[in-house]
Structure formats: C-alpha cells, structure tokens
Write a protein that binds this ligand. Structure first.
Ligand SMILES: *Cc1c(COP(=O)(O)O)cnc(C)c1O
Length: 418
C-alpha cells in the first residue's frame, strides 16, 4: 500500500501533484512519501507484536537523512554496512544500542568508530574480522559485542546477484566455521558473544526460505548451547520482497507469523533488518521524455533519467512499472524507455507497452524508493538528482540537485600539468 494515486488522470503523491513538484524542482528527481514510510514501518513492526523484537532498518536501501529520521522517530534501529552509514544513523539520532553492523569488509577504522559509539553488535563475517575486532576492543579497553553471521546454505530463489545465503556466496561463515568462530570468541576476554546472525538474500517472495534458514539457525543454537554458549539476539536479516510487477510476496504479517511459529521457545530478542519492504514502494523516480525516436526495429522513448540515476534495470534486469504522470490517451505502443547514457545497458524498460508519449511528458518510474538514489552515480558527468519528500499537502527537498561545482569538488590538476 502506498500513497501514489491518480486524481482526475493526474498522479499525486499524497496530496501533492507530482507535476507541480516537477515544475518546482525540475527533472529527474526521486520522490518519497512520508505517510507511506510511516505506514510500512508500523505495519512491519506491529506484525511482530507480542514477540520481543527489534527492527533495524537496513540503511543501505535508502539512506537519506530525512528518511532515516522518520524511521528513527518510529522507533527503528539501523543495520549498517559502513562507517558512512554509522555516521548517518548517529546523525539522525538512532541510539547506538539499536545499531547492528553487517558487511564482509569492515575496516579497522570503521570497527574502532563503531566500538567507540557503543553499537549493539557486530555481525562478524570472518575469523580475520573477529581478530581485528578483538584487537580494537583491547586497545579501547572494552569488550566488543559480537554475533557470527552464519551462512545457512538455503536458496532464497531470488536474483543471483542478491542471493547471499548460499555456500558459494561471499557472506557469512559455514556452520562449521561459525562454530569454530564462537569457540574462539568465547576464549577472548575482549569479545562478548551476544548474538547470532544470518541474511539470506533480497527480494524474497516466499516465506519458506526464511523458515528454512531459521530452522537451521535454531539447530545451530542447540549445538552452541551444548557448548554452553548462549545468545540474546537472533538476527534474521532482511530480504522480504515487494511488488514491482507480478510478484506476490507474503505480507509482513504472514512472514512474521511463520517466523514466530518457527521460533517456538526462543527466549531472546529477534532482530529484523528490513530495507526494501519499508522504502521500495514509498518512492518513485520522476523523469521527462526528451525525444521519441523510431529505430530500425524499435521505438525508443528517450528520457532524462539514466542508468546512473536508477541502475536496477541495467544491473539486475529489474522490472519497474512506468506510468505517465498525466494520462492523456488510451493509445498504447511498445517501446524501450532509455536514458541518455552512452551504454546499451542504459534502459529503464524494454519492449514495454506504454500509453503513447510525447517530448515534454513526465513519466513516473514506480517502486524506486529502495536501491534507487543510493546506487546512483555521476557516470557521464551527470549531476545526481534531488530527493524530495512529500508529507500530506507539502513537499520538501531533502537533498538538493548537485551543481556542476559538486562534480569536480576534490579533483585537482597537478603542478606538472599547469
Ligand atoms: C541488504 C541487506 C539487508 C536488507 O535487505 P532488503 O532486501 O532490502 O530487506 C539486510 N541485512 C543485510 C545484512 C543486508 O546486506
């Protein structure tokens, strides 16, 4: 459920006309709905009511400060994967005690900063990382709270680039290695075992892989218990999918119920790291048609947003629904919607039946709130686009469009070329 709806044939975000925003800020731009974000985080959180749980929003899905602040105000914690995300999470006032730190390549500096901040736990992904965390903790004269990320080897049945819980993936430790890691951690006076973690992938549209992963984690916990290792936190990661087109993912309630049933007698706190399911359908990308071009075999709608602004179609072959911001005709045609970038992979849609459009028309690329702006780049020296947040009948520019000076900030021509 989201708050992007048509009124008299014109697209509105909550109570604001999308066209009016486009006139004010220019195109392209990302547009988020605050009421949708609120609704999503509340529905997700309430699905787990009755269970001791903590929702740590996965910052990488959309890390705009305004989005983070809204979620923080709703009581969400944060799942971070870098020092930059730690900086953002702290900046918006997320309590360190609600922050978990994931990722296979945490640097010593990032680890040191997270330790100083006093985060809830490190989700450790290798024995090497465990050692570095212990060393940093010793230097700071404290104990580092850790969970080991277990790779449960279950198939999430999603796109291979976003599946993370298979043996062949780089993430986590196999059950055997993880056991070894726990034994090592127990011996270390500077490590405190507080949890266990797994995350099997993204855009999952079935509950079964989650349940299977949780079952394997529970078996593993029994083994830990036999070694007298107890954990307080069971972090099941994120990954719940959303509707982009024809998908039929389980609603949060169904997902939560399945997990509750599988958890049974677990007495600690369940941690969840949802990203996409919170922000995905709370955002759109608004772009303008520049040209309509008849190719030899295809008709191209060339728009002012490219793969540098939204890379998901190019990277994963992802589907995003595209709708005209103002519907003017019932006539449709099959087109490729492409950007201005000099790459054949630069498309937003291929062989798509769309209402006939003309230069100057606005198009909305739907479900672009997750892994949209955050994955954007300056490729082709294009300015990164603004992010706008709508709440009820007002809109706020929550990130300015970049300026030409931003493009070259930090670049320098060395003396010998002057
Ligand atoms: C990306 C990621 C998430 C969020 O995944 P979604 O599919 O957006 O819910 C959660 N946890 C970890 C460790 C991740 O890498």
């Amino acid at each position: 459920m989201h708050h992007f709806t048509f009124r008299d044939g014109e697209l509105y975000a909550e109570d604001v006309s999308v066209k009016a925003i486009a006139q004010a800020v220019g195109t392209p731009f990302y547009l988020y709905s605050a009421s949708t974000l609120q609704r999503h985080i509340r529905v997700f959180d309430q699905s787990f009511s009755g269970l001791d749980h903590l929702v740590c929003y996965s910052v990488k899905a959309n890390s705009n400060l305004a989005v983070l602040r809204l979620l923080a105000q709703e009581g969400a914690g944060a799942d971070i994967v870098s020092g930059g995300e730690l900086f953002r999470a702290l900046k918006v006032g997320i309590p360190p005690q609600k922050i978990v730190f994931s990722g296979v390549g945490k640097t010593r500096e990032e680890i040191a900063r997270a330790l100083k901040a006093g985060i809830l736990m490190f989700n450790v992904e290798s024995l090497g990382e465990l050692r570095v965390i212990a060393e940093e903790a010793r230097q700071q004269g404290q104990k580092a709270p850790i969970a080991i990320r277990v790779n449960p080897d279950v198939d999430p049945q999603t796109h291979p680039y976003i599946s993370t819980g298979l043996k062949k993936n780089k993430f986590g430790l196999s059950v055997e290695k993880a056991y070894e890691a726990y034994l090592q951690a127990r011996q270390d006076p500077y490590l405190e075992i507080v949890g266990i973690d797994c995350h099997i992938g993204s855009q999952l549209t079935q509950v079964e892989p989650f349940v299977e992963a949780l079952q394997r984690i529970k078996l593993f916990l029994q083994r830990l218990e036999q070694a007298e290792i107890k954990v307080r936190y069971l972090d099941l990661g994120g990954g719940l999918g959303i509707v982009y087109g024809q998908e039929d993912p389980p609603p949060p309630k169904e997902y939560a119920e399945a997990l509750k049933r599988t958890l049974e007698d677990f007495t600690g706190t369940l941690i969840l790291e949802p990203g996409r399911v919170i922000v995905g359908n709370a955002g759109i990308l608004v772009t303008k048609v520049l040209y309509v071009k008849e190719g030899a075999e295809k008709r191209f709608v060339i728009v002012d947003a490219g793969m540098n602004d939204l890379i998901r179609p190019a990277l994963y072959g992802a589907y995003h629904e595209i709708v005209p911001v103002r519907s003017t005709t019932d006539q449709t045609e099959v087109v490729d919607v492409v950007g201005p970038i000099c790459e054949t992979g630069d498309f937003l849609a291929r062989d798509r039946e769309l209402p006939k459009v003309n230069p100057g028309d606005l198009l909305a690329v739907m479900s672009a709130g997750a892994y949209g702006f955050v994955m954007s780049s300056n490729y082709n020296s294009r300015l990164r686009v603004p992010e706008v947040l709508v709440y009820k009948n007002k809109f706020y520019v929550v990130r300015q469009r970049e300026r030409l000076e931003d493009l070259v900030a930090g670049e320098e021509i060395p003396d010998f070329l002057r």
